[in-house]
Design a protein around this ligand. Structure first.
Ligand code: NAP
Length: 548
């Protein structure tokens, strides 16, 4: 089946290896969110038994485990928010809420027997490619203490939205009330009748502000820039409809395709200065002027001054009604500092506050910076990405053999389902693993990697296409690094990504010769887990012809 080439190839190679009595490569997956689980599911389907999923928290689900704030849910239609190889047909509503998505993640574990492969409460401290053994060594910490795990292959599935960003506000330590980030919700804190302040008005805030506004005595939203928020065409599915999707799988398949295509057309909104984007912005402006703009909510508070698409286009039916409530005020002034009982803005106003909630997003552009990853040349990923994170089709970096990323640089979307992209990445990774499995003997473990030329060409193309998108316009977004480089988003149609990830190009990714050339003592790899010495950038990563 064309869509699942990688899985079929790997399954074939694993079977051949077993028949010939050869070993198959072991795999460590870092992260038990939807991407990490999907990788595990595909390994199970391919017959790979030797793999472990490391997850630092005490449960699976990643972002859907962390984000339990009131109103948390997905803004991608549910039926496209499950894997094509394990579709969920009985979603209760068009836009699923967090508990239902988390329960889907748990079903993935159960159905594919991932339990024995999961190591919860295990934090990866460092990952180093060991030149002697040609394997990856991961230093991990769990309740049992520190230990080193080894594997032939490592897949980082750490997500882009997993490290909460809380701005360093002056005086924050003097604040007397409770405070938290939206991804660490304090469900024990009573909000009823209290003065609540929310910093931020992004994708998470627009979901939790309406229920908080209904409960709080007063709610002040400190907004740095407004968003384009459109209607959410949500509805519960009838029992009849759910039974139909469940019983007649072609109907469910067709519905998925319909959702995919209708979302894909929206790419037109995200092209720089596009006619479709301008029309959508006009529609937004006229609707908002008629229904929302008032003396209490001036245009500057609700109409963005940047082109549509530059940040995520949000959907909600209760955001503007919440802003119009008498107990809610929107403050557009910058925050100057925090005092024991107030947030003080640049104009000197003290906004009395009992509870302070940060809806200020995540650290997104430095990707794996929280885990020192050292490749075959002794160079770290952080050094390799000094000028911004990048990876060949988001999955591979030269000098880091048998190492892959899921939901890596330039694979995020603004218009379609990220799970589609993750499935495509796995298709590529599984093909690379098939090459590795085929070449695995009892002697030297094979190295599979991307060559530096392909990596450079791919990045140049990504950044060239990026210049034609709304993301490079003048706005602040979590897609952009401090340099202005867009490190997070895929810059064109997703079917282009589908095509690019369909087949592994042997000239781009394949068996590689070792990149370290001098085994003399002076050039021996550093002692394990010591900080690696700085080698200059090495652009030479010779690629031997693939084995087929
Ligand atoms: P976000 O969209 O990046 O919003 C962060 C908000 O905090 C913005 O309003 C930002 O203002 C503000 N902010 C950041 N730093 C600030 C500071 N120092 N002072 C004042 N304000 C500050 O983050 P998020 O709401 O957590 O959402 C992140 C992403 O998660 C979304 O884009 C989306 O991809 C995902 N998400 C998805 C769903 C879903 O339904 N699928 C739901 C929630 C989240 P500026 O806009 O001016 O930077």
């Amino acid at each position: 089946m064309a869509l699942d080439i990688g899985r079929h190839q790997l399954e074939r190679e694993v079977r051949a290896a077993r028949d010939a009595g050869r070993a198959t490569p072991s795999v460590i997956i870092v992260g038990g969110g939807l991407s990490g689980l999907a990788m595990g599911m595909q390994l199970v389907r391919s017959g790979v038994g030797d793999f472990t999923i490391l997850e630092r928290s005490d449960g699976v689900g990643g972002t859907w485990r962390d984000n339990t704030y009131p109103g948390s849910g997905c803004d991608v239609p549910s039926h496209l928010y499950s894997f094509s190889f394990f579709p969920k047909s009985n979603w209760t509503r068009r836009f699923a809420e967090q508990p239902e998505i988390l329960s889907y993640a748990e079903q993935c574990v159960e159905r594919f027997g991932l339990g024995p492969h999961l190591r919860l409460g295990t934090t990866v401290r460092r990952a180093t490619f060991d030149r002697d053994t040609r394997r990856w060594r991961l230093l991990v910490t769990s309740s049992a203490g520190d230990e080193t795990l080894e594997s032939d292959t490592v897949v980082f599935a750490c997500g882009q939205l997993n490290r909460p960003h809380v701005p360093a506000l002056e005086g924050m330590e003097s604040f007397a009330g409770p405070s938290w980030h939206s991804a660490r919700w304090d469900h024990g804190c009573e909000l009823s009748g209290r003065r609540v302040a929310v910093v931020g008005s992004g994708a998470s805030a627009i979901q939790f502000v309406p229920p908080v506004a209904a409960e709080a005595g007063a709610l002040t939203i400190f907004q740095r820039s407004p968003n384009y928020v459109g209607p959410k065409k949500d509805r519960a599915y009838s029992a009849w409809g759910r039974r139909l999707f469940d019983a007649v799988s072609p109907v469910e398949r067709a519905y998925r395709w319909w959702i995919y295509l209708s979302l894909e057309v929206r790419w037109l909104w995200f092209r720089k200065d596009s006619w479709a984007g301008r029309k959508l912005a006009e529609l937004f402006r006229s609707g908002i002027s008629q229904e929302v703009v008032s003396d209490r909510l001036p245009e500057a508070s609700v109409v963005p001054d940047y082109p549509i698409g530059c940040k995520r286009i949000l959907i909600s039916n209760d955001w503007y009604p919440a802003l119009m409530r008498p107990n809610v005020s929107v403050v557009d002034q910058a925050i100057s500092h925090v005092e024991a009982d107030a947030v003080v803005t640049a104009d000197g106003q003290r906004h009395l506050t009992d509870v302070l909630i940060f809806g200020t997003g995540f650290s997104t552009t430095d990707f794996l910076s929280h885990i020192p990853v050292t490749g075959a040349d002794g160079r770290s990923l952080a050094e390799t990405w000094r000028e911004g994170a990048r990876a060949y089709l988001g999955v591979a970096v030269p000098g880091f053999p048998n190492c892959y990323l899921l939901y890596g640089p330039n694979t995020n979307l603004g218009h379609n389902s990220i799970l589609f992209m993750v499935e495509r990445q796995m298709n590529l990774i599984l093909q690379a693993m098939a090459v590795q499995t085929r070449a695995t003997t009892d002697e030297t473990p094979p190295l599979v990697g991307v060559n530096a030329d392909a990596y450079r060409r791919d990045d140049e193309r990504t950044q060239r296409l990026m210049q034609r998108t709304a993301w490079v316009a003048n706005c602040r977004s979590w897609y952009k690094a401090a340099t202005g480089r867009v490190t997070n988003n895929w810059p064109t149609w997703t079917f282009r990504y589908w095509y690019d990830t369909l087949r592994l190009r042997p000239s781009d990714v394949g068996l590689t010769a070792p990149t370290w050339t001098d085994p003399s003592p002076a050039h021996r790899p550093p002692a394990r887990y010591e900080p690696a010495p700085t080698h200059g950038p090495t652009d030479e990563h010779p690629v031997a012809p693939a084995t087929r």
